[in-house]
Design a protein around this ligand. Structure first.
Ligand SMILES: [Zn+2]
Length: 635
């Protein structure tokens, strides 16, 4: 996922729910030889996951046959989820996760013999366990179900909320634990399934999934899908709408609404180059095709790394290819996350820290070190904000999290992304790039299509890189980075030559040089972002107007620039930007932008009133992932 969301402290304390799972199983392993199988490495049993009711050590699903219909009038998905299961304990039940699903009937075997089932008590965030009665020899169960209005993974858009304005649109967002709101499923990142699907949609629309996809609309509205590589549940994804496909390279292409496709093809023309760069770094791409689906603007994240088909926000269509590090990020997830997966949400940094590290490496490969340096500095600034917001001693600033009793979405801060990245950059610095690359290659190969966790990774690190060398161990400083809040005192701060020039221009402006005489030619989005972030909290109307006139911030077509600029216009009550702000908030649903803007508005009583007024109008356009955060802030 690409989000870099600012922290959401106001959500802390909403959590309850105690331990719901069997006790922790051992995650210690001393043998990680690459010739060993996952089972020999002790990974046969998924690590215990406090965010799932499933008991995979007893009965686990291996393959899903999904047969569903998408009804836009009722806003309901209904049908059957059939699983090939392994009843490991030869017991008499298997447990799936559900939240807000209506379970109509459950059958055993291919012959579909009805069986009994019960839904356990509702737990906040987690939903209800679906406990199905099975026989010791049962290897197939079918769950007939329908979604309800509480399906937080689903966002149903009316035609007005799309680019084309003619047809409705649907997309899912399953991470972290929302797959259970649209499919009854063992919803833990430690459990992998392959799947096939048959999806019936209105004839004028097309369906795509995180699977082998059609490239053309048919005239029946019936689509079939195959996902042969085993994936964790949070990568289950579906989108339905009026969309077309255009290829970029042999292996890459773009799905988007007809109104958006050409802009998207232009913006992401370099995605093939990125794939080549990524393969050069970390080995063969293991998922066959890599396509993008450009969603309507209400998509709550920058991107979601659904395998074979990344879902991406249209807010990166800046017309100058300046925000495409997001594509490098999602592509990088094809290794870190989709191929080697965090086993529980407490290990989220293994997905995101690696991916940010990898994203910057791809960008360096394509655009050079000076470019990647800018991204690192911006990331470091985000990290500093998050550390400030969470507090220097907060346990949530450790890489290894403890999210028991809370929504795992709370772990989704810049800590996992940026602190994780800087930890890996630190290791690279200590052992050298060449050795670190070899190490990462081996790591991805060894754990391919498996779940990992912090302990397993650190064991691998000790065995393969540290190898008992105390000096290296001290410099890598596992304890300081992984288990201690904040940042180790001696960490290296990233610097950027290109930003140094921005800082010079900024100082010149502060010393009285008119804005329109500053040297800003050839600045990318990143330079502008750095410039805007340096602006003082208190500014006069005259200063804001001068900058706006010289650089056209309020009318910028670049969402990053706009979102950063609005923070200043709100703080300083620069009303000339109000209409643009209103347009932005009612059109864009990306949480990374919404949260700081609404937070800035809510800082004063008058601003909060305005925020609430806009929110009422804008909310129908936001996904639940965003509204859950904003509801808590604006109530
Ligand atoms: Zn990500």
């Amino acid at each position: 996922m690409y989000t870099m969301t600012p922290y959401r402290k106001f959500l802390l304390g909403l959590g309850l729910a105690g331990s719901l799972q069997l006790g922790a199983c051992s995650t210690q392993t001393t043998t990680t030889d690459e010739t060993m199988t996952a089972e020999q490495q002790g990974m046969a049993q998924a690590p215990s996951d406090v965010h799932s009711f499933a008991k995979p050590a007893e009965a686990v699903a291996h393959h899903l046959d999904l047969d569903i219909a998408v009804n836009f009038d009722q806003k309901v998905i209904s049908g059957k989820a059939s699983y090939q299961i392994e009843n490991k304990a030869k017991g008499n039940e298997i447990i799936f996760d559900t939240r807000g699903l209506e379970i109509e009937q459950v059958y055993l075997g291919k012959e579909q013999t009805p069986t009994t089932f019960k839904l356990g008590d509702e737990k906040e965030f987690l939903g209800r366990p679906l406990i199905i009665a099975i026989q010791p020899e049962t290897d197939y169960v079918t769950i007939q179900y329908r979604t309800t209005a509480t399906a937080d993974a689903l966002q149903w858009l009316n035609p007005q909320q799309t680019a084309g304005k003619k047809h409705p649109f649907l997309f899912t967002q399953s991470q972290a634990i929302l797959a259970r709101t649209w499919i009854p499923i063992q919803d833990s990142p430690g459990i992998r399934i392959t799947y096939s699907a048959k999806v019936q949609v209105p004839k004028e629309l097309m369906a795509v999934m995180s699977a082998e996809n059609p490239q053309q609309k048919n005239n029946t509205g019936s689509y079939t899908f195959e996902m042969r590589q085993a994936i964790p549940s949070y990568l289950m994804a579906l989108s339905v709408g009026d969309m077309v496909f255009k290829p970029i390279g042999q292996q890459t292409g773009i799905y988007a609404e007809p109104a958006t496709i050409d802009a998207a093809v232009y913006e992401f023309a370099e995605m093939d180059k990125m794939l080549v760069a990524a393969e050069k770094l970390y080995g063969k791409y293991r998922w066959d095709r890599y396509d993008l689906l450009v969603l309507p603007p209400s998509f709550p994240f920058g991107g979601m790394e659904n395998p074979r088909l990344t879902f991406v926000t249209p807010t990166v269509l800046a017309k100058d290819r300046s925000l495409t590090s997001l594509i490098a990020h999602e592509l990088a997830h094809s290794w870190s996350g989709n191929l080697v997966t965090n086993g529980t949400w407490d290990d989220f940094w293994l997905n995101e820290g690696f991916t940010v590290y990898f994203e910057r490496r791809i960008m360096e490969e394509i655009y050079g070190k000076d470019y990647a340096d800018m991204l690192n500095v911006l990331g470091y600034q985000d990290l500093q904000h998050t550390l400030e917001d969470l507090g220097p001693n907060s346990d949530d600033t450790r890489l290894k999290l403890d999210l028991e009793g809370r929504d795992p979405d709370e772990g989704l801060t810049d800590i996992a992304y940026e602190k994780g990245n800087f930890f890996l950059q630190n290791i690279e610095r200590v052992v050298g790039r060449e050795r670190f690359d070899q190490f990462l290659n081996k790591y991805f190969q060894t754990f391919a299509f498996q779940s990992t966790n912090t302990d397993l990774f650190l064991d691998f690190l000790r065995k393969e890189l540290i190898q008992g060398d105390e000096k290296i161990a001290e410099q890598i400083n596992i304890e300081g980075w992984v288990y201690t809040p904040g940042l180790p005192e001696d960490h290296a701060k990233p610097t950027s030559k290109r930003f140094a020039q921005v800082e010079e221009s900024f100082k010149a402006w502060q010393s009285g040089k008119p804005a329109n005489q500053l040297q800003t030619k050839d600045w990318s989005s990143h330079e502008w972002l750095h410039f805007i972030r340096m602006l003082p909290e208190q500014m006069s109307q005259q200063q804001l107007a001068e900058l706006d006139k010289a650089f056209g911030f309020t009318n910028s077509g670049n969402s990053e620039v706009l979102a950063a600029w609005f923070i200043h216009t709100i703080r300083n009550n620069y009303t000339a930007a109000d209409q643009a702000l209103d347009n932005f908030l009612t059109n864009v649903g990306r949480r990374k932008f919404l949260v700081p803007i609404y937070k800035a508005l809510a800082a004063t009583p008058a601003g909060k009133k305005k925020a609430q007024e806009i929110y009422v109008r804008a909310k129908p356009n936001y996904h639940a992932v965003s509204t859950n955060t904003l509801d808590a802030m604006l109530k």
